[in-house]
Write a protein that binds this ligand. Sequence first.
Ligand code: GRG
Length: 291
Amino acid sequence: MLDALLKEYQLKLNSRFDILLSANGQLYDEVVKACRYATIDGGKRIRPVLLLEFYKLCGKDDDCAYNFACALEMIHSYSLVHDDLPCMDNDELRRGKPSCHKAFGESIALLCGDALLTEAFLLASKTLGIPSDCVVKALSHLASNAGVNGMIGGQVIDMADNSEVDDDVLFEMYRLKTGALLKTACAIGCILAGADDSYVAIAEKFGEKVGIAFQIIDDILDTVSDTKTLGKNVGSDEKNNKDTIVVRLGVEYCRELAKKYTNEAYECLDNFDGDTTNLRALAAYLLERNY
Ligand code: GRG
């Protein structure tokens, strides 16, 4: 059932990206082509799906949040493009194809990330059919979680030599680098639906828990999976001498830890009155995923 739901969302999001990111004969088409390349193919679309499912859970049954959902995925795509650059993780494969800088060169890949980030905010600001105070609140939530105190901050911790730091620092890195964008996805769904702040806070908690579990599983897959299944090179952490919680505590312990965080995420959902079946299935899928 979740498979069908994800497919439906993926199709709807892709058809929007197809229109939003279309080269139209400008001198700078190359960067638009890179944006399409980095955004349209592949990608599980977890963040926009979380946003749209929380929007629904808060009682809204319309397509008004789609611009925002696409904007969020564009920010996620930009982070992957920049994360793969030689000055970051230096990865040559992403979503089963050459990473953006391998296909378009480093300069265009850098600009592609910049473009996706900037255009994302333009697109999100064009959210129609939702009260503008909700849209502004959602924009602010997104910016603060994608920025220095969120994803960027997490990436800075990740780039440092973490071999001597406490485990807590690695968890903080997970919370920011990966958790912040998942958290804001959940919160924005509630904010755009006009939900009470108390529900926004619960959605944030859910996103944070799922986010930490997600990164733990990501690190596990980096050690136990293979390139074909993942669509990106495995052993990336080892190659970059990265100390992860999985290297420190072992795969089995970390699987249990990811389960614990996922169970805590389920508990957050108990606070909502609506139907949380899809969100529960999504959290379970993220725990059990193999790519
Ligand atoms: C260089 C200015 C500048 C900013 C960099 C690169 C970056 C900011 C942040 C990195 C954030 C990052 C890549 C976190 C990892 C999160 C993660 C596990 C991503 C993979 O997400 P999936 O599995 O990917 O949802 P798909 O391909 O399914 O969309």
